[in-house]
Design a protein around this ligand. Structure first.
Ligand code: ADP
Ligand code: ADP
Length: 239
């Protein structure tokens, strides 16, 4: 079943630079998809169009059958709870604790930073703790998140996305700042999320090898256009 449908999507910044050109693809529920391509290809812009962090210039993005480009503010808020986002630089709030960062995701990042814990129910805190346990970092729950290693911070980022119970998780270069061991841990968790929880994952990567190892399907993006879309086993090293 198709969860996401991108049709002839185009994106221009400042009304002139065309960064995405007629990009079309679909993603099914539970699919693990990787978008690869050189820096500047438009991978990050593509993810930002899907959850409308940037406005769409042309074409359509449909999530669960609904036109994302036409969504009003209230619908957008709902969309962003259905779509989790994971970033290269984790984008955690440094002076909050790990568990506060996770709970913060629950409010679509718009809550004020003071007294975060006090505004959540015991059940919500338990759920956050449970996720931290699942990701193997519950012992750090009450530390400031900037005391954690990069790999651990990215696991907090995953928990923050999961607490919203999303249908789709967009990951923008999630391992680009990590060493090979931490990268493997993060990719293994993302894979588990798609296979065991049935959450669709779209992961931007610049390492073809990693994409081939983990993704069901790879989309190759070059200068804003799709140059490859197929099962990862079909993609050869030199493509
Ligand atoms: P990638 O993620 O593949 O590296 P990006 O989507 O970040 O590619 O960038 C694609 C192109 O769009 C680049 O040339 C980049 O400089 C440009 N770009 C990205 N964000 C903006 C922006 N906010 N304003 C103008 N140009 C942008
Ligand atoms: P990263 O990909 O590591 O998050 P970037 O340097 O690609 O960082 O982008 C940082 C921010 O600058 C993003 O919000 C991006 O949209 C914006 N950006 C990137 N390229 C341009 C550009 N050419 N003009 C204006 N903004 C840009």
């Amino acid at each position: 079943m198709s969860l996401l449908k991108v049709e002839e999507l185009s994106k221009l910044y400042d009304g002139e630079t065309r960064v995405l050109k007629n990009v079309s693809f679909e993603a099914n529920a539970g699919e693990f998809l990787s978008v690869i391509g050189p820096s500047g290809a438009g991978k990050s812009t593509l993810l930002r169009c899907i959850n409308r962090m940037v406005e769409i210039s042309g074409g359509k993005v449909k999530f669960d059958g609904i036109d994302v480009g036409a969504m009003k503010k209230k619908e957008l808020r709902k969309l962003r709870t259905n779509i989790g986002m994971i970033f290269q630089h984790y984008n955690l709030v440094p002076r909050l604790t790990v568990i506060e960062n996770v709970l913060h995701g629950r409010f679509g990042y718009k809550s004020t930073l003071q007294g975060v814990l006090g505004r959540f129910t015991e059940e919500e805190k338990e759920r956050a703790f449970f996720l931290l346990q699942k990701l193997g970092i519950s012992e750090h729950a009450y530390k400031r998140c900037d005391q954690l290693s990069g790999g651990q911070q990215q696991r907090v980022g995953i928990c923050r996305a999961l607490i919203q119970e999303p249908k789709l998780i967009l990951c923008d270069e999630p391992i680009a700042s990590l060493d090979p061991n931490s990268s493997k841990v993060i990719m293994d968790y993302l894979k588990t999320i798609s296979t065991e929880l049935g959450i669709t994952c779209i992961v931007n990567l610049h390492q073809v090898e990693v994409a081939k190892e983990y993704a069901d399907r790879i989309i190759g993006l070059k200068e804003g256009e799709i140059v490859f879309d197929g099962p990862s086993k079909v993609l050869y090293r030199d493509q």
